[in-house]
Design a protein. Structure first.
Length: 310
């Protein structure tokens, strides 16, 4: 059952009924985070002009996780990307530790969101299972470029998704490329690529796969020729980097001047960064929804603006 956010909030704290229309209460609010979202949480606190509650994280001898928080305020913004199983458990424990305050959850990267359907009988809808666990004791949830907008309906509380497409566009501007071509790796990512390209009024297209034989596949932009151009491949997630590495090789064969890669969530599993560099990608950039050495784009300001407008 979906909970009515405004009425729930008023029951919890009738004194702050009026303030619900004015965003989070900066003067009685703190940010808290899981271990793998420390940098984003700190940037968010700075953008909101508030502080981050310190948390001590440790493990019991059998490997179970433990944490203890510093002093909380009336309202808490919990920031935690689900990047692996440990970070999911840590986030659940942190949410429980914050049960004395009114909580907003910022879920910058939601692992398990890609299993958003039952593709085969007997499978879980993992996105739904995780969403339900992460709704407990939370007033509202903010996600960043969630893999499928449809996943939002699995949360038991109001959930909003924000996009960093414009921020990726701004980063591409800073590279000072001459007339770049923004390329989605497939048609499904085209809308995202269009939003990125709108930041600079650049050309946009998506890659199309053509099967040449039983073993040979060609990948090329559907409409725009890549020859002599700087190409930036953009996607929500780079996981193994396999799609982009293959595309990069083919774009160079088609005469591309240089190829760059940008994404929101740098999952970068199985040596993906090295694989992309070996494929001739000039620069790989991601945001701080997953904290990496190549996290040169921050989601903090956009999350802060969204929270202020709650
Ligand atoms: C898939 O639906 C996502 O949007 C990405 O395209 C995918 O996760 C990329 O995977 P990889 O980096 O392993 O090719």
């Amino acid at each position: 059952m979906r909970i009515n956010y405004k009425s729930t909030y008023c029951i919890i704290n009738p004194k702050r009924k009026k303030l619900r229309h004015q965003g989070v209460r900066i003067d009685t609010m703190k940010v808290i985070c899981t271990e793998k979202s420390q940098i984003l949480a700190t940037s968010l606190a700075r953008a909101l002009k508030t502080s981050v509650v310190e948390v001590k994280y440790s493990r019991f001898p059998d490997g179970e996780q433990y944490l203890i928080t510093g002093e909380l305020d009336d309202e808490t913004i919990i920031v935690g990307s689900v990047v692996d199983n440990d970070s999911l458990v840590q986030l659940v424990l942190l949410m429980d530790a914050c049960d004395s305050s009114d909580n907003h959850l910022v879920l910058p990267y939601m692992g398990y969101a890609r299993q958003d359907k039952r593709f085969l009988p007997g499978e879980p809808v993992s996105a739904r299972a995780v969403a339900q666990v992460l709704s407990r004791g939370i007033l509202e949830i903010i996600t960043v470029n969630i893999h499928e907008q449809e996943v939002l309906k699995y949360f038991g509380v109001p959930a909003r998704n924000i996009s960093l497409a414009q921020d990726i566009g701004s980063y591409i501007k800073s590279l000072n490329l001459s007339n770049p071509l923004i390329l989605a790796p497939d048609e499904g990512a085209l809308t995202f690529a269009e939003h990125v390209a709108s930041a600079g009024g650049w050309d946009v297209d998506h890659l199309e796969k053509t099967r040449l034989s039983g073993v040979e596949v060609k990948m090329a932009p559907k409409q725009v020729c890549a020859a002599s151009r700087s190409v930036v491949i953009v996607d929500d997630i780079i996981s193994t980097g396999g799609t982009i590495a293959t595309a990069s090789g083919m774009l160079y064969q088609q005469g591309a001047k240089d190829v760059f890669a940008a994404c929101v969530h740098g999952v970068l599993t199985g040596g993906a960064y090295v694989h992309l560099m070996a494929a001739g990608i000039r620069d790989v950039v991601c945001s701080d929804t997953i904290e990496r050495g190549c996290s040169k784009i921050s989601a903090a300001d956009r999350i802060a603006q969204t929270l202020k407008k709650s």
